[in-house]
Design a protein around this ligand. Structure first.
Ligand code: ZN
Ligand code: ZN
Length: 588
């Protein structure tokens, strides 16, 4: 507190002569930029109504533009116009906070051009045309009456046939992997139309005539989705003969997508080299830990000469320390208050006790996605509840449940809770919603979001949370997953890695089970760059903190650093760093 006041005095003394005038100038440029940003967002939602719905903006729920060539021209015109308008502002005349929005918009403009002109996933990824999630988001919007939501869907369903005419015209040599994914996911959408929709109709008080129209339009939607699926299915046999497009995007596209998606302060190559270095470092640390723990768990048994083998034996033994399958949800629930206490007692950052976090069983429509995930309220529902979705193990066979529980053993489960909840994604989401602009929310950076959750795992252990060699060993195993996600993604897309290479990396060097390896490899075939976000974000945040410590010396306060960092929402780490290193992390 004292320090902030002191800094403020220095600041005032420096600018005292021109203070009034400067303040006026800055704020008028900033407020003009604020008006401009709002206009941008308003237009963005009319152009991208499905995206709007997904972030909780429901004004355009009934719109469904056909994604044809004309629409892409419209997108490019929108981008060109805003490119000109944006650059009427000069970035360095804006306040640091607005400047970040400027940079995010600039990146969005470049990224959209890249997507349309170069990346062109609308040609090769048919799963991009699945409307199921959007239908669900519309019907799930609790602030509108159920009758109104269903009326909205009736309007939207009528536009589905034109949507798939355009989709079909776009598809040009799709990849086998994305075609199979699309066929699988469209089944869920058809199920929504057949079952969930009918359940909602029963709960509504729509008139008989309205229900007839809704069902008629839903029928049209179903018919065109079915036709699209059949058309895709007919493409498959020829693809299996090897004349489909490769899912590997190649180094040139990967490099560009990495730049646009993650906005890292490092080149792809430099970050990749860091990942390789980190892997060696972690292996060496794990080996030392294993030597220390060996006598405790294996007594006088001979230590294997191969250090990876030695580490694996220890991991396998310790993984049997896990909760009972029926207690999985309640154990997670019980750990959260412990995390809150630790964060508070160690002054790691301020938590907001008024913002609820609810642990719940993963809803059916999300099932099969992940063992645990977080649903944060969007930028248009800032006071909303955050849900920590946990899939209970009831549908697993005894063997599957055992394998899963070994993976999420007593140690890893705590790291998972740090990552997803406290002080990971849940806390980041609360800070972002409290203070950041709509631009920072909707154009937010994946490396900042995942990087924060990975950073706090490491930070909590450094601060002594559940300090033990066992816990540290499993932190390193978890950290290897983040590191190897990147190494895998890069090599699959840029160096033609086949499954066997993935297996060698993930099973031998990262101690993963075969089911995990299979799932991860599949994910690498379906997404590009996302798997690189964890290590990239973690590395940038961690290095930034270490630099800030050196730079600010005695004045460095960990909680202030965390709070200031989070106050910029999901802006790219390098932009936050540019501002904070200049201002000083203690300045309020
Ligand atoms: Zn067991
Ligand atoms: Zn995460």
């Amino acid at each position: 507190m004292k320090k902030s006041i002191l800094l403020l005095f220095v600041f005032c003394a420096l600018v005292t002569n021109t203070f009034a005038q400067q303040k006026e100038n800055v704020s008028s440029v900033d407020s003009a930029f604020g008006v401009f940003s709002k206009q941008f967002i308003d237009e963005l939602w009319t152009l991208y109504p499905l995206w709007a719905t997904s972030v909780g903006y429901h004004q355009y729920d009934s719109l469904l533009p056909a994604p044809d060539a004309k629409y892409r021209i419209k997108e490019l015109r929108f981008i060109a116009r805003y490119d000109t308008l944006l650059h009427k502002f000069k970035a360095d005349e804006l306040s640091p906070y607005s400047r970040m929005d400027f940079r995010l918009m600039e990146n969005f403009i470049g990224s959209t051009r890249f997507q349309i002109n170069k990346f062109k996933s609308y040609e090769w990824d048919p799963s991009g045309y699945n409307l199921g999630g959007n239908f669900f988001d519309v019907v799930d919007y609790k602030k509108a009456s159920l009758n109104d939501r269903l009326r909205t869907l009736a309007v939207k369903f009528a536009k589905v046939p034109a949507y798939y005419v355009a989709a079909k015209a776009n598809i040009n040599k799709p990849t086998r992997e994305h075609t199979e994914l699309a066929i699988q996911q469209f089944k869920g959408t058809l199920l929504f139309l057949e079952k969930d929709l009918q359940d909602s109709i029963k709960l509504s008080s729509l008139s008989v005539a309205e229900i007839a129209v809704l069902n008629q339009h839903a029928g049209l939607a179903k018919k065109s989705i079915n036709e699209f699926v059949n058309w895709l299915s007919a493409l498959l046999p020829a693809m299996n003969e090897g004349n489909s497009r490769s899912f590997r995007i190649g180094k040139t596209l990967y490099e560009q997508k990495y730049k646009y998606d993650l906005c890292a302060g490092y080149s792809l190559q430099d970050m990749y080299n860091k990942a390789l270095e980190r892997k060696s470092f972690v292996h060496a640390e794990m080996s030392k830990l294993a030597d220390r723990m060996w006598p405790v768990y294996f007594g006088s048994q001979t230590v294997p000469a191969d250090s990876l083998q030695k580490i694996k034996l220890l991991i396998d033994t310790l993984s049997t320390h896990h909760c009972k399958r029926e207690d999985f949800l309640s154990v997670i629930e019980k750990q959260l208050p412990e995390l809150v206490t630790f964060v508070n007692q160690n002054h790691l950052l301020g938590l907001d006790p008024t913002k609820p976090l609810e642990v719940r069983k993963t809803p059916d429509y999300m099932a099969g996605v992940a063992g645990a995930s977080l649903s944060s309220p969007g930028p248009y529902d800032r006071g909303g509840v955050t849900y920590y979705n946990v899939t209970p193990l009831t549908n697993y066979s005894a063997t599957e449940a055992e394998s899963y529980l070994r993976e999420y053993n007593d140690y890893v489960l705590q790291i998972l809770n740090i990552h997803e909840a406290i002080p990971g994604h849940y806390v980041q989401g609360i800070y972002a919603n409290r203070s950041s602009s709509i631009i920072k929310s909707v154009l937010g950076n994946g490396a900042t979001i995942e990087g924060w959750a990975c950073y706090v795992e490491r930070m909590m252990l450094e601060q002594g949370y559940k300090d033990s060699p066992e816990m540290l060993l499993f932190y390193y195993k978890w950290n290897l997953r983040e590191v190897c996600n990147f190494i895998l993604d890069y090599n699959v897309h840029c160096n033609n890695w086949q499954y066997e290479s993935a297996q060698r990396l993930l099973q031998t060097e990262a101690f993963q089970q075969e089911t995990e390896v299979k799932e991860k490899y599949k994910r690498a075939t379906l997404s590009q760059v996302q798997l690189a976000s964890y290590f990239t974000g973690l590395t940038e945040i961690y290095e930034f903190r270490e630099e800030a410590k050196l730079r600010f010396g005695d004045k460095f306060k960990l909680n202030k650093f965390h709070e200031r960092f989070l106050s910029f929402g999901s802006a790219p780490v390098k932009e936050i760093k540019a501002v904070l290193m200049k201002q000083g992390q203690n300045k309020e």
